[in-house]
Design a protein around this ligand. Structure first.
Ligand code: F6R
Length: 366
């Protein structure tokens, strides 16, 4: 059932071109510049009069929420707050009928996320669920929602569920932009045409696997690792760090690259691997200066770069290429090499990658 792969996690990483494609199927119409989301269609009027959106989730799903915040604010121009469900529910939050709460959950059963939406529902908010498991408690409690259709995820560490969540949030952001008249049809057409090709680009990103394995061999005995990114590369850095800690037990931290100088830079020495999301986008030049700061302190830099990059290559110790794309889709591509890096490091350390110690696939305790 692992389909020839050594672990479910690797199988699920490799399934992503297909799972993202399944997630897009029937929902995007590039020529017409149109997104269709049957699950939330009835709430179109509501979307026009929103004050704000609150995204609630835990763990990896919370990271997807941060990507969602970036995309919804960028395209639909609605203020978004992203909350850990476990914090949100316990602090008497201010919620009204003009709020939309989006709960993101692979399992659809996470106790804190469930409790958060029950509370928000009671206070009159509209609830959308972004879930993978059809018919689970969270989608049943939500008013409406969009399934991620990633298929069953067996590995405890979330991989294909995360990229499917990000795909759905991208669709929701563009759908809201369209409904609220914030985007032109031609801009939609060009974004959707590109989104339609993301599955192939994920396939291309997977082709760095054997090179990533070589990098993993160099860093498998590290005790710490930093992951840095800016903009939508920041949640990708958080997710890269979480993947590494949970399956390899190496201490890792994700940080906004510019925050490094406010503390974490003190950690950097010749022993410290620093993974940068350094693709060519609006924060490229800024990330380059952050890489220089790390190199000046003899840190080891592993950079995720856009295909054909030459500038970062002169500074970084290792460069992993991903295909060029619009900044909106960067998280879908930059996540792939980080999943593979964690996977190979964990396997080399003899860890049980599919079932890391102390973790459960579905967290139904509060
Ligand atoms: C990490 C991971 C967890 C889950 C979290 C939320 O790889 O899988 O952090 O993301 O427990 O679970 P769901 O999405 O099922 O609510």
């Amino acid at each position: 059932e692992k389909g020839g792969y050594d672990h479910f996690m690797l199988k699920e990483i490799y399934e992503q071109p297909r799972s993202v494609k399944d997630c897009l199927r029937g929902r995007i119409y590039p020529e017409q510049g149109l997104v269709q989301l049957g699950g939330i269609k009835e709430y179109t009027e509501k979307l026009k009069n929103l004050d704000r959106i609150i995204i609630v989730a835990c763990g990896t799903s919370w990271h997807a929420g941060l990507v969602g915040e970036y995309l919804i604010e960028e395209y639909a121009r609605i203020p978004v707050e992203v909350e850990y469900a476990s914090e949100f529910r316990y602090r008497n939050p201010i919620i009204s009928e003009k709020d939309l709460v989006i709960a993101i959950s692979q399992s659809g059963e996470t106790a804190d996320t469930m409790a958060a939406i029950e509370m928000a529902k009671e206070k009159g908010a509209t609830i959308f669920g972004v879930c993978n498991v059809v018919g689970a408690s969270i989608p049943r409690t939500s008013h409406a929602g969009v399934y991620t259709h990633a298929g069953p995820e067996i590995g405890v560490a979330s991989t294909k569920a995360f990229t499917a969540q990000v795909t759905v949030l991208t669709l929701i952001a563009l759908y809201m932009a369209q409904q609220r008249g914030k985007i032109s049809t031609s801009a939609m057409t060009s974004l959707l045409t590109e989104l339609d090709h993301i599955p192939e680009k994920i396939q291309e990103a997977l082709s760095s696997d054997s090179y990533i394995k070589e990098i993993a061999a160099k860093f498998k005995d590290s005790r710490n690792c930093l992951f840095l990114g800016r903009g939508s590369g920041f949640p990708v850095a958080l997710e890269g760090a979480l993947k590494l800690k949970e399956i390899s037990y190496i201490h890792a931290e994700g940080y906004p690259a510019a925050e490094m100088k406010h503390g974490p830079i003190a950690l950097i020495d010749e022993e410290m691997p620093v993974v940068f999301i350094a693709t060519r986008n609006s924060s490229y030049e800024k990330v380059i200066s952050n890489i220089q700061e790390v190199k000046a302190r003899k840190g080891k830099v592993i950079a995720i770069v856009t295909e054909g990059d030459t500038e970062v290559r002169q500074m970084a110790d290792y460069c992993i290429e991903i295909p060029a794309s619009d900044e909106a889709f960067l998280p879908l591509l930059a996540t792939i090499p980080l999943q593979l890096l964690s996977y190979h490091i964990a396997v080399m350390r003899g860890c049980n990658v599919d079932q890391p110690r102390n973790l459960a696939k579905s967290v139904t305790v509060e």
